[in-house]
Design a protein around this ligand. Sequence first.
Ligand SMILES: Nc1ncnc2c1ncn2[C@@H]1O[C@H](COP(=O)(O)OP(=O)(O)OP(=O)(O)O)[C@@H](O)[C@H]1O
Length: 951
Amino acid sequence: MGAIGGEELMKWEKMEGVSGREEKILVLVRLRPLSEKEFASNEVADWECINDTTILYRNTLREGSTFPNAYTFGEEILLEIFTLFTARPCPCLHLAYDVIYRVFRGDYTTRQVYDEGAKAIALSVVSGINSSIFAYGQTSSGKTYTMVGITEYTVSDIFDYVQRHEERAFVLKFSAIEIYNEAIRDLLSTDNTPLRLLDDPERGTIVEKVTEETLRDWSHLKELLSMCEAQRQIGETLLNERSSRSHQIIRLTVESSAREFLGKDNSTALAASVNFIDLAGSERASQALSTGARLKEGCHINRSLLTLGTVIRKLSKGRHGHINYRDSKLTRILQPCLGGNARTAIICTLSPARSHVEQTRNTLLFACCAKEVTTKAQVNVVLSDKALVKHLQKELARLESELRSPVPASSTCDYAALLRKKDLQIEKMEKEIKEVTKQRDLAESRIQDLLRMIGNEENSRQASFSDHKMQAGDMWDDDCSVSESSVADHNYQNEGVKRFNNPHYYDGDSRSNPEEHALSDDTSSPLSIGKKFVRSHFTQSQKEIAVGTAEDPDDYCKEVRCIEMEESSKNKNSASRALRTDANEGQLALNVSGDGDLTSQPMMLTPVRGDRDAMAAGTMSSGSLKLTRSWSCRANLMTENAEQMESTPPNGFERDFPGRPEGLQRKFPLLTYGANTTSLSRNDSESSIGSASMDELRAHSTEASGEVEITSIHSFVAGLKDMAKLDREKQLVDGQVQETGLMVDKFGKDVKDVGVDPMLPGLETPPEWPLEFERQQRMILELWQTCNVSLVHRTYFFLLFKGDPMDSIYMGVELRRLSFLKETFSHGNQTVENGRTLTLASRGSMKSLRRERETLSKLMQKRFAEEERKRLFQRWGIALTSKRRRAQLVGQLWSKTNDMNHVIESAAIVAKLIRFVEQGRALKEMFGLSFTPPRSTRRSYSWKNSRASFV
Ligand SMILES: Nc1ncnc2c1ncn2[C@@H]1O[C@H](COP(=O)(O)OP(=O)(O)OP(=O)(O)O)[C@@H](O)[C@H]1O
């Protein structure tokens, strides 16, 4: 097993014998001997195993029964089940082909049951394949007796395996739960509080906060097993003195990676779990003579076993229609073992006693159905980002070179076949790339939602912003973009692990100390880093829930899944992609077709860092995959509407500029975005700006159709860039700047095209920039107010420019144009626009601002829930009884230029109203832009505090 990164992965992929292929559940039947108690009550043993595959019912008194009397398991021929005397075939059992089943007599030991049956399945776990061993049968038939042995033999063999494979570092984690009366309890904890089930989009159904212990050695295992035994619900019934009253699931997770590559970028790990499931036994109340608590337990047990039986029966007929996994906690948790990514063995235990014949038949019927159920186990490989990228690149390069190599003319057929094969392989590669992207998107989406939960919680608890330094971009509640790239990338890059095919049934709240790990010299779990992030966020959100939110995490997780499914389906570009690789650059390039605007533009699959500073500094980490569109495409799109003019100069970029030289009388574009607005439908559900749709970014004016208009971020950025470009031209003419070498602005365009702030020549960022930025920001805030600049413009600008060194370009331009405006107007000068005279107080600009406020006021009704609005009104000192409350609030926005808290909060409110985040996300998805604020360059802005209660 000790191989390396990509090669190792390929080797595992080739393990087709066990991986990714459907295989039937292995069903074993174990008949126990009559118990002493049964002997004492003169019970007769009616069942007999006549060979290793057939069990026979020998009760001649039942002659003529319509039930089958012989049950054969495991012959590689079509089985014909017949009653002993009537030789009547049993149709329900006709399909038992090609499977290896065993029937174990009463004198067989558990060791034999393990060695000859369960072992092969259970030990798959060390190869990264999930496995499960069940014991199913009526009460007192020997399930616990069997599973105790199976569990110990398996773990013992795993220990042995670990010892024999010193080249790999192993980590074994142990956890145990029981489902008692439909409540889940942690068997390693004395806390009886029921645990909750969560539907995790990545890992499937998980048990919240379950304890996970890193297994040290044999005595530790025994200790944990006795703890489980002591904690498990046991009760005395007539049929069993120590009857298990709950379903027990013991889970051992095995993670391993080659020591040679531990901690390296190209490391890979295997991670899988083996589940030992000791079900509670079905029982007849009449037989068990149970009353009271026992009766209640029996009802729960029977009900959940009935659901299990139904699920198995449906699965045995093929996976058609709805499978009712969700009808019981047991089937929810066991879903992956029943038809999912796991190898499964079910040991059906039987009592030979005549009095239990019906139950025994039911168990055999269950066994017959179960052996038709197929699962599809896969090797669960966890790759570091780098290993994954390398592997994909290598594979692509290989495919390309194969395609390029000349094919002899004589073998046209071979060539066609080869092409088909290669096409398939390319398709596979594309799927993998999509999968990687999807995983990133899922992580981002989940993090956003988690932060939203946290944000909501904080909003309700915090009364004020305590740190005005935080930028509003960090603080909106339900769309918290701060997480979008920085946090998610942190997950994928710094922590550097990706998961594949690795559903975990429950989430370990690990108490394990890695240093205690006696099985590995290397104390770090191959997976611990990857899990840590997600877990810590879940834990945090859970804590938040515990503090007081009424939100149900079940619903929450469902919601996440919905969002993600919706988003991923929306975001999937159906365009076909031809892949090419640039091995030198370490980049994958995709030509996207099918989108009219983007057809000829290369889309680069490049390693990027979520950190904007790193991007600005040009330091690209190879830590994660991220689709970014090359700027050549972006530039076209950005500038296509850049020159649209409007008549409200103060709200946008004014059209003239001081000292414009002859020959450069081109007007500055305005940011009024007439024909290039984002349409915000009155029906919120219609305006899903979050998807990367060109149409949405280019939505036309819809005022006529009763919809409101808001400047799109697309228009804003386009106008901004054009403005900067003209500013640059002007400065060049004025001789204020000299042509410099290549420099890239924050939107990725060469500086020659966009202009350089004279304060920031060349690529150097002065060390005093943070201070300078704040000074300029204050001035701009003042000037916006003085010049009646659009609130939407202020919001976009404020949220986009937060102190990044590259912001200096735009800060400078904005400052110059506003200063010019103010100066012009304050000297009583006027600027003439389309025959209209504009002044600072001109009706044009005021009217425009008023209209904008009206629009925003209307949007308040839509974007904020009633409760949120109430909180806002109170916070902004507006009486809940006063009229036109929304207008009053919007009227106050951006009015206190000296109060940074006020500014931040204003920006956050407007951002929510205009759906800044969704627009940003759409733009980002198209162009690879990041609108998240830098995390570390600015002086400690406490974003958490600032996320406070604006809703
Ligand atoms: N194969 C076997 N050989 C000898 N004794 C057995 C065997 N299987 C079970 N027994 C004995 O039968 C009794 C009942 O077994 P066990 O408790 O394992 O049943 P169970 O199916 O788990 O019952 P429940 O569902 O009520 O918990 C125990 O005393 C056990 O020792």
